[in-house]
Design a protein around this ligand. Structure first.
Ligand SMILES: NC(=O)c1ccc[n+]([C@@H]2O[C@H](COP(=O)([O-])OP(=O)(O)OC[C@H]3O[C@@H](n4cnc5c(N)ncnc54)[C@H](OP(=O)(O)O)[C@@H]3O)[C@@H](O)[C@H]2O)c1
Length: 253
């Protein structure tokens, strides 16, 4: 039985992953901003026999609230951290306002970085698990969502990098990266909010459901792989990592 803290648990993939971990009898701490949705999910999971579910309202865009979560990590005794919460914005880079940029960096980059590192400091010698959720846009650039893509490149590099350090130092903790493709969740609509782009014709795009991607997440979690990524043909592939790795004394430096 693990103690799992899951950010972005109030909707979409986060809620779907919470259902999967609850089925296994794991203890859950659900984190997001929308209290009513967290309460609803908590009641649903407990009603279906989950052993222990708590929730915590946190706005990950607020540095002080992230720091409070970090301060409480030892006491919470979490041994699985899933950084899933994120926001996107679909626009050309030059039409992305400074406010949107700052917000996206706060939630997608700063909060993930601070929580990942704090969790690793506490747990690197234990058989604990960090799983960060990025995107196919964390390995390839998609025009019309470049700042989002850049924020997810940060997440893929950080997560794969921590995995390498843990492995080379032979520490017990593991770090894994989940890279979904398009998913039918609230995400697309909120990413279009205030956008100048016309994305009304999305007929060529194929979407997974959140439940399908939660199944991929469990496949990754149960594997020795570092990266689990949805492929352009919608299949799911596990691998040891996708970023090139440099050597400190490499001549290319
Ligand atoms: N949907 C896609 O097409 C797609 C594709 C590839 C990757 N992804 C990634 O998959 C993950 C899950 O996305 P999703 O599709 O499930 O999106 P979603 O339904 O919009 O869920 C996003 C979650 O993040 C939480 N969140 C957002 N801002 C927050 C903040 N400031 N503080 C705390 N929580 C916050 C939201 O909760 P509250 O609003 O209650 O705070 C919500 O629970 C994200 O990392 C996303 O980048 C999504």
């Amino acid at each position: 039985m693990a103690r799992v803290m899951l950010t972005g648990a109030s909707s979409g993939l986060g809620a779907a992953m919470a259902r999967r971990f609850a089925e296994r009898g794991d203890h859950l701490l659900l984190v997001a901003r929308r209290r009513p949705l967290l309460e609803e999910l908590q009641a649903e999971l407990l009603g279906e026999g989950a052993s222990h579910v708590e929730h915590r309202v946190v706005d990950l865009a607020h540095e002080s609230q992230v720091q409070q979560l970090v301060n409480d990590l030892p006491e919470l005794g979490v041994d699985v951290l899933i950084n899933n919460a994120a926001c996107g914005h679909w626009d050309y880079s030059w039409d992305t306002t400074p406010e949107r940029m700052r917000y996206m960096i706060a939630v997608n980059v700063s909060a993930v970085a601070v929580l990942s590192v704090a969790f690793s400091q506490i747990n690197h010698l234990k058989p604990a698990r960090l799983m960060n959720v990025a995107s196919g846009a964390g390995y390839a650039l998609f025009e019309g969502s470049i700042p989002y893509s850049a924020s997810k490149f940060f997440v893929t590099a950080l997560t794969e990098g921590i995995a390498r350090e843990l492995s080379s130092q032979k520490h017990a903790m593991r770090s894994q990266l989940l890279a979904p493709g398009p998913m039918a969740t609230e995400f697309g609509a909120s990413a279009m909010d205030g956008s100048k782009m016309d994305r009304t014709d999305a007929s060529g795009v194929q979407f997974h459901t959140a439940a399908e991607v939660a199944e991929f997440a469990m496949q990754l979690f149960d594997s020795d792989a570092t990266v689990g990524a949805v492929q352009p043909d919608m299949s799911f592939a596990l691998s040891g990592g996708r970023h090139p790795v440099g050597q400190l004394l490499d001549a290319a430096w």
